[in-house]
Each structure stands twice: as structure tokens, then as C-alpha cells.
Design a protein around this ligand. Sequence first.
Ligand code: SAH
Length: 346
Amino acid sequence: MKRIIQDLSYAEIETLVYSLGEKKFRAKQLYSGLMKGKNISEITDISKAFRQKLLELFEDETIALQETFHSADGTEKFLFRLADGNLVEGVLMRYKYGNTQCVSTQVGCRMGCKFCASTLNGLLRNLTAGEILSQVLKINALYGTDKERGVTNIVLMGSGEPLDNYDNTVRFLKNVTAEGGIHVSARNISLSTCGLVPKIYDLAKEGIPLNLTISLHATKDEERKRIMPVANAYTIDEILKACSHYFDVTGRRYYFEYTLIEGENCDEEHALALVKLLKGKPCHVNLIRLNEVKERTLKALDDKSAYRFLGVLEKNGLSATLRRQIGSDIGGACGQLRASYLENNE
Ligand code: SAH
């Protein structure tokens, strides 16, 4: 594969333009074309000769939107083809306040969570920063107008563990929030992690005020180990300490995701344990309904019990919501995104 031009910051584009013997103002034209989601060959306000030079170094079509699936609830799922033929998925959720795009950070995932479809075939490869950014650029271009953004919020909750692809993810975050670029506010970005503790400390140092979200899914280490192999490396206590540190440094409250899995983590005793663990902390809990994955035996909790679980948290003063289940009819709900499109259709 050639290099990915969307990996570059504006300053790096300027250096590139200069090194290729082009006038400085060409950097603006090139960068602005890229931020509009264009491929190099589509940026026709720069000369053909310059485009040709760029195409010797960089992929033209970093990402192609191969297919769009429409859910009855308005959610859309996208299938993106990368330059090497690998496929990743993305989702766009429409809310009153704007559109939230769920982006992937890796092709597959090596974290091995027992409930998740993205990890079934392990990690195929990391995405580069520009490949992550291009998912947003394409969809923003597709649905945005001069007045309104197509994508207002971003969640790093597609396939992959963002902190397992740390450098590319942070480069993406810096480029997507940069002024002069697509400039999505860091406050509108959520990064979800299964809890790679040392990387949470690293992230706190980056000075990006995003919403840190931890996939907790259990209240005791032994129970967490049953469903999340990463729990063998880091304890819940270590995760909570890292979150407090994140709050101290950034002033941002943090979030926990807790997927309700029947017979595993959703008795009243678990709800009370969750209260004990998190009460008084500057955090919010998102309960998620398990989306059943056909290769796995784990079962979703019924709706009534899910609301009862939520009730226990609320009654005890924990800030919590039960996330609306959207996009499941197109395989676009949490944990349904897969490394391989073919498997979807078997
Ligand atoms: N690797 C990151 C991003 C994963 S996806 C992380 O672990 O946080 C976002 C959320 O969906 C995570 O909380 C994940 O645990 C959850 N999830 C995964 N599979 C799921 C499933 N089948 N049903 C419901 N939620 C699921």
C-alpha cells in the first residue's frame, strides 16, 4: 500500500507541498479538498501534474463507501473498503441534536471479549489515522451542507480497541479536532476502551478533552475475566484509579458501559455492587442491551428486568441510562460490527 495522505496534519501538508516544488497556497487547496472528502484525483483546483506527483506517493481512494444499509429507525450502516481491500464498518445514528458517527479503529480486534462480533477473527490490522479520519470525511461530505455538518458527534465504538492502536488514534483525534480542518469539537467525541490502563494515563497527557468511556460489564474481577480477557491484565480498581486521574487532569467526567447479559451480570446484587463501586464518582453509566451474536451463547436480558436494573441504580443515586437499541436490524448495533462482510451474509 502507498501512504495515506489524510494521515497528515495541515502543517505536514504544507511541508509536503513545499518539498514537491509547489507554491505554498496549493497546500490550502489540497487540504481543503481532502477535508471535503475528496480523493486526490478529484481535487481539480490543483494542477494535473501536481496530482500526478501526489498519486505516486499516496493512495488515491483511501476509503470507498462500498455499501449502505438502512435501518427502519433511521440508523445507517456503512461498509467501507480500504485501499488494500480490507473492509470496515461504520454506523450513523440520527438524533435531534445532530448525527453521531461510530467509527472503526482496527480491522478486527484482539481483545477477545466474549460478547462481541468484532473480535471473532482476531486483529487483522490497525487503521492509520487517515483511514479513521476518512470514514468521517466521507460521511460528512455525503450528508453535510454548507450550513450544517453531516457529522456532529463521533464515537470510537466501531470495530477495534482504540487504545490498542494508540498512536494512530491520537493522531486521528488531533487531526479531526484541528481548527481549519473538519474541526469536530473534542467534547463531541467519545472514546470507548475495554480498559487498557497505561494508555488511559497516556491519553490524559494528550490534552484532548474528549469523553472517556470504559467498557466495564462486571463489578468483580473474577466475573469480568469470564467475559473480558483484558481483565486478566488490569483490575477494576486499577481502571477506576486511571479514570479518577483522567478526571483530575482533564476535568471531564467519564462514562461506563455496562452490557446486560442474562445470568452473568444483571441480578439485583450486581446493581448494588455497581452502586457501591461508582457512587459519588463523577461518572455516568450507560446500560446496553446485549445484541446477541450468533457464534456466541450469551443471552440478552429481558426489557422488564433491564428497567428494574436501571431503577436500582437510579434509586441509589447513580447517574444512569438504558441505551436505546438502534440499528440492530442491519447488524449495526453495539458489538455486531464484524471484520468480514462475507460472514454477515452466510
Ligand atoms: N473496543 C472498545 C470499543 C468497542 S464497541 C471497547 O471495548 O470499549 C462499544 C461498546 O459495545 C463496548 O462497550 C462493547 O463492550 C459493547 N459491546 C460489544 N459487543 C456487544 C454486544 N454484542 N452487545 C452489546 N454491546 C456490546
